[in-house]
Each structure stands twice: as C-alpha cells, then as structure tokens.
Design a protein around this ligand. Structure first.
Ligand code: AMP
Length: 129
C-alpha cells in the first residue's frame, strides 16, 4: 500500500505544495514547528532517507537546497534548519524549518495548527519566491 506521502505526491491526498519536479516533491508540514515548515520527499517510495541510493539522495539534497532558498526568500528568518527524523511516517523526508532561534527546532514543543487560508498563503509565497 502506498505511503501517505506517496499519495500526497500523486495528488490523491491534498497538501500545501510548495515545489515539485519529476522526482521530488515539497509541501508544508501539516503541524508545523514554525510557519513555513516544509517537508521534502522523493516521489520514489523508500522508507528511510539513508536507504536511498547515492544518486537519488544527492538529487533530493539539491532539491531541498533549492526549496530552502525559496523559504529564506519568502519567510523572514535567520536560517533554514534541516532535520531528519522519520519516527512517524515511513517515507523518506527532510524537514526544512525557518528559524528565528534554536527553540524553533525543538521537536518536543507542541506543534502549531494554522488556519487553512494562512497555510495556503504561506505555500504560495514559498512557491513563488
Ligand atoms: P517524522 O516521520 O517523525 O519525521 O514526522 C512526520 C512529519 O510529517 C510530522 O511533522 C507531521 O506533522 C507531518 N505530517 C504527517 N502527515 C502529514 C500530512 N498529511 N501532510 C503534511 N504533513 C504531515
């Protein structure tokens, strides 16, 4: 059965898309640590990031870099933090989080739940940046 992230990349489940090419997809985390928190995934279904082959991994990292630059242009922040957890969803993904302080990347903190309209506006701003 396809993972939830495969179904998002295929458009079967809605998401706040920020970028896509033929191999990779980026969309807002539904429960962000900070506004603009984005997940970057390979369309090819692989459980864990470090199980990707070297070429697929390098391509994903370059795509993540391009998305991070967009986030930095669209969202006022000092840095874009990068994290890999994979504790919840068994489909390789990279977290990109706009940071004002280190505390913005504390995964133990309660996550945000932003209104749909705000999420859509943030996704569009990043997509267009
Ligand atoms: P982890 O697997 O530990 O890296 O966490 C998975 C992340 O995916 C969490 O931050 C969730 O909020 C996020 N997430 C889970 N389902 C969705 C979804 N349908 N759309 C967007 N983000 C999601």
């Amino acid at each position: 059965m396809a993972s939830i992230f495969s179904r998002i990349a295929a458009g079967e489940i809605p998401s706040y898309k920020v970028a896509e090419n033929d191999r990779y997809f980026a969309f807002l985390d539904i429960n962000p640590m900070a506004p603009g928190h984005t997940l970057v995934i390979p369309k090819k279904e692989t459980d864990y990031l470090f199980d990707l082959d070297a070429e697929e991994y390098a391509g994903l990292m370059e795509f993540a870099r391009e998305v991070a630059l967009k986030i930095k242009r669209a969202i006022p922040c000092k840095r874009v933090g990068v994290a890999v957890l994979g504790m919840e969803v068994p489909h390789a993904h990279i977290h990109l989080v706009p940071l004002q302080t280190e505390a913005d990347m504390d995964f133990r903190k309660p996550k945000l739940s932003l209104p749909a309209e705000e999420m859509a506006d943030i996704a569009q701003a990043i997509a267009n940046a």
